[in-house]
Write a protein that binds this ligand. Sequence first.
Ligand SMILES: Cc1cc2nc3c(=O)[nH]c(=O)nc-3n(C[C@H](O)[C@H](O)[C@H](O)COP(=O)(O)OP(=O)(O)OC[C@H]3O[C@@H](n4cnc5c(N)ncnc54)[C@H](O)[C@@H]3O)c2cc1C
Ligand code: FES
Length: 264
Amino acid sequence: MSDYIQTFPIRRIVEHGPGVKSYYFDQMIDARAGQFINLWTPGVDEKPFSISNIDDRYIEISVKAFGPFSKDLMNRQVGEYLGIRGPFGHGFTLQNNALLIGGGIGIAPLRFLGFELAAADKNFVTLMGGATDYEIIFAEDFNRLASASYLTTDDGSLGKKGLVTADLAEIIETHNIRYIYAAGPEIMFVKIKELIDNLHIPYEFCMERYMKCGIGICGQCVLDGSGVRLCVEGPVLNQDELSKVKELGMPHRDASGKREQPVG
Ligand SMILES: Cc1cc2nc3c(=O)[nH]c(=O)nc-3n(C[C@H](O)[C@H](O)[C@H](O)COP(=O)(O)OP(=O)(O)OC[C@H]3O[C@@H](n4cnc5c(N)ncnc54)[C@H](O)[C@@H]3O)c2cc1C
Ligand code: FES
């Protein structure tokens, strides 16, 4: 792990659709699926991004345009230098007979996990959802790597129309799922948890909070109830770690550390 920012040129950019791109840099770090890097754009800001793959040549991140930082990134070109620190945090464990559930840009860390599970000869099924077809990035990889692959979109442009969690119970039963991994919007975690807590299926969720230092110093990403610093003890948390978290699905801290509503 390097806590020092080093700058690297963007080697390649892949556009998945409007406002959704993957960026490739020379492979300069070793990391596990679920870990993240902090990306610094000179004069703009520094933000955390999950690693969507590492191979012999490249490290890859995948970004959806939301606000100032990610929109600026959309205008960056191959050859421009950006700063990278990391990798940070803890990644996923590798389990057999698992279901990978991804929502929107949360699909990114699950793509890297899919490669790691396949390399470890683990059997897994994937269930990926997005607002529209191009938001389901890496669908071909999931089709190729998983024993079964399900897709959903809100507008019906790819896969089944509807929420990613709509057929969850049926998929778990059909494939005799023994472990769940999820990454995506927090409301998705709440729905998944409601269902699988009753089935006693263990799980790991890849969480997001506003982060600054990325190394456990500033306290910005601490989760109420558990004291977990998401950048160090997360961003992947299992069911035991999440059982102490009071704020799942509730408003998060903003850049100042202030929360919109207290967690009681
Ligand atoms: C561990 C982790 C992994 C992430 N992985 C990805 C990824 O693979 N792809 C991707 O597109 N995005 C990822 N993000 C989110 C990303 O860091 C930015 O938040 C996002 O790009 C929006 O930033 P913005 O300035 O463009 O928009 P803003 O308008 O500033 O923010 C949009 C939303 O992102 C949240 N946010 C803003 N800054 C941060 C920050 N420093 N840390 C956490 N949340 C923040 C805001 O609270 C808001 O909800 C990840 C975040 C975390 C914590
Ligand atoms: S971002 Fe500073 S403690 Fe986690």
